[in-house]
Design a protein around this ligand. Sequence first.
Ligand code: SAM
Ligand code: GLN
Length: 319
Amino acid sequence: MVSDPKDGSIRSLLQKGENSLLEAGIEESREETLRILEVLGISRTSVYLGGERKVSEEEERRFLKIVGERMTRRPLAYILGETCFREETLWVNEHCLIPRPETEILVEKVIAAIREKRRIFCKSPAGKNGRMGSGDNLIRKFSFLDIGTGTGAIAISLLRTFSNAEGTLLDISREAIEVARRNVQKYGLEGRARLIPGDFFKLSQGPAESDTPRFVFDVIVSNPPYLSELDLQNIQPELKYEPREALDGGKDGLHFYRRLIPLAKGRLRAGGLLALEVGAGQSGMVSKWLQDAGYDSIHRFEDYLGIERVVTAWNDKRN
Ligand code: SAM
Ligand code: GLN
């Protein structure tokens, strides 16, 4: 049924929002309109089951304000101040990248790798009866570093999955670290999260054990900036609102991997895991550098579009 866009009903708002966003060139216009309604307290169920209900003037005013702002192509997550990542709803602002669905794959692969190789994180490889336990709780305490944490999305997901994990959340942007701090607090993870504003390349120089004894980890994970100069010239309007330092991977987009891969090895314990998100077409070069740096068991994983998006590697030898 086509409703009159001016009849003041939920259905007419949906139609109006969808049309306006579509006009502004936004592909997922229906999904985003539903999300805006949801944030205003109008659930998806009530859209479908009670679409005839009239909205208040105040609801309509707030709805139109958000739609109008979104038409400028400012990302919805920044307008709403929050975004969803796996099972979490995270605070977000213009100082940090909006976590992407691809990064959920990175987190899933890290979780799977830790579970698979949990002997490495166990105090004793076998239980009393000689068998390994199956729960995550049998794994000893382990530490991880999230380089370029942004909202803290990756780290928060890992901390919520492994109650025996301790995370270091590092970002060059002080403002991003403050957003990550709010998210850590939101989920009550302060006791297991260390937040550091700083540059990984500066912090990781010098001998691993002497200067900063706690800057050595069982797991290092990162979704570094990886867009090339050319990518940055062709980005969609929304990306212009995101911090450049979260996206810019240098001329060929590989700048971070080149430096991070050898440096991270010196910051990983023997038996530790390095897991990286990579851009389209970058997994081959990244795997080669991992091999050259002496990592073992290098694996690549595809995203939902069949693009190799995650590379994992183990540091089986002593540094
Ligand atoms: N981890 C978040 C996620 O996946 O949603 C954000 C990833 S974003 C692509 C990269 C992040 O790295 C940005 O937050 C940026 O500020 C940070 N960054 C850039 N250079 C850095 C450096 N040298 N040391 C630490 N963090 C850095
Ligand atoms: N996945 C982001 C994009 O293509 C880029 C994030 C990054 O540089 N790590 O929009």
